[in-house]
Design a protein around this ligand. Sequence first.
Ligand SMILES: [Zn+2]
Ligand SMILES: [Zn+2]
Length: 363
Amino acid sequence: MNGGRGSAGGEPSADDQPGRGNVRGMRAWHVEAPGPVTGHPLRLHTEDDMPRPGPGELLLRVLACGVCRTDLHVTEGDLPPHRPGVTPGHEVVGEVAALGEGAGRPGEGGFAVGDRAGAAWLRRTDNTCKFCLRGTENLCPNSLYTGWDADGGYAEYMTVPAAYAHRLPGGYSDPELAPLLCAGIIGYHALQRAELPPGGRLGLYGFGGSAHLAAQVALARGATVHVLTRGEQAKRLALELGVASVGEAADMPPEPLDSAILFAPVGELVLPALAALDRGGTLAIAGIYLSDIPPLNYERHLFQERQLRSVTSNTRADAREFLDFAGGHKLQVTVHPYPLDAADQALRDLKAGRFDGAAVLTP
Ligand SMILES: [Zn+2]
Ligand SMILES: [Zn+2]
């Protein structure tokens, strides 16, 4: 996706343009040998060529990039490599530094040089398959992903198709905006998949970056929220945000649930979460990964029209709805900052669970 392609129009100004003229290159991390982050799967290059925006693409100067668990899966090779030496990062807050040919058209988002824009996981879809045509582009079999199929935001600059870039809400710092672009959007989509009725009772299993944002959306909509998680800090944060109860991950909540979302990647928890549902209730599983689910008992776990659903990525419409919501409600975002040069440390700390909230890289 980057490099090599011709671009036209909207060249960045001279002092914004370290790569052209080759005075100096940009810094960017690359997954050179996928494997455990305790080794050295990532390498920082300091003299990379600047990416050039292709037709319909924006060049972003990265202001902040969130560190997501999916980046860990890309770096460690749990997700099969799609682009050798890829630069991870898909929660990117940037400033538009240049426009590729046609990228400023209103249909492509109407971005101009100097605008702030966000790049998220979903980078491109084919717009022609049956899933795209029926409004479920998150299921497009030809979709491409930022920081997996194309270089992402663990760098000073990156490109993003303008039609898949996001307008960002005011009222947040750049580091606070970054986690909204994956953790926030996915949590929001999971909430939709869980079909929480107005004023309903919601159970959240696990309480990390995504769950703590989804909880705030549900609470703002008048839901009663019960959090089931291990970890005293997570329980404290949940109570601070106004949830009705906290308990251990496998506990029964104090009342039957209309909806539940499983954020913890633990298949065993599907059973207590289904057992906690009221008649007709829905459990949505939010993660890309889940360990195996033990055998279900029909009577205890599914009868009375309880439903079990997965959550796959998100559509651009989900993202826009969530970012609009974030613009109208001040969400509390817990950020743990790292300099860009310490991205490998941030991933090691994420894996070891050394911080609360979301790690965010700033150049
Ligand atoms: Zn499609
Ligand atoms: Zn993510």
